[in-house]
Design a protein. Structure first.
Length: 151
């Protein structure tokens, strides 16, 4: 009977751990960009359907487009800095809470569809935050070692 040699804790996690995080960040970037573009391009009709003022929809869309660019840049390098992923998780969590607050807070004259639209947005962003947090926990040890070796 053969036994595997004992591990010393220095072996990196499987390559799919970092790949999972990178994929989640890229999908988040893509969906955020699409949502931002829709908010900007269709601010009028979307505003009519949701009750969202056009200026709010455009500003929210521009914010999302900027966020999408940031996400794509974070996902790009060979080693994804864990601090940036923690920031993404925090921003996504904050955005999820903000969307829910807008849905229920009476800050905007939202229609029923507008409330559902904001709550779906809150749910989607919360799911991305959870997936990115999971990816960070899986990939961070390898990234930290890679960063340490490179520095």
């Amino acid at each position: 009977m053969t036994h595997a040699p004992p591990t010393t804790g220095t072996a990196p996690p499987p390559p799919d751990a970092a790949r999972f995080l990178r994929t989640v960040l890229r999908v988040d970037a893509l969906s955020t960009a699409v949502t931002g573009l829709v908010l900007v391009a269709a601010a009028g009709p979307l505003g009519s359907a949701t009750g969202m003022p056009v200026a709010f929809a455009v500003a929210f869309g521009v914010f999302q487009i900027g966020g999408a660019v940031a996400l794509a840049l974070i996902a790009g390098p060979p080693v994804i800095p864990p601090a940036l992923v923690r920031a993404v998780v925090a921003v996504n969590g904050t955005c999820a809470v903000a969307c829910a607050a807008v849905a229920f807070g009476g800050f905007l004259p939202l229609t029923g569809f507008g409330v559902v639209f904001m709550l779906i947005g809150a749910l989607v962003v919360a799911v991305y935050a959870a997936l990115e947090y999971t990816g960070l926990r899986r990939a961070a040890p390898a990234d930290l070692r890679a960063s340490h070796r490179a520095g």
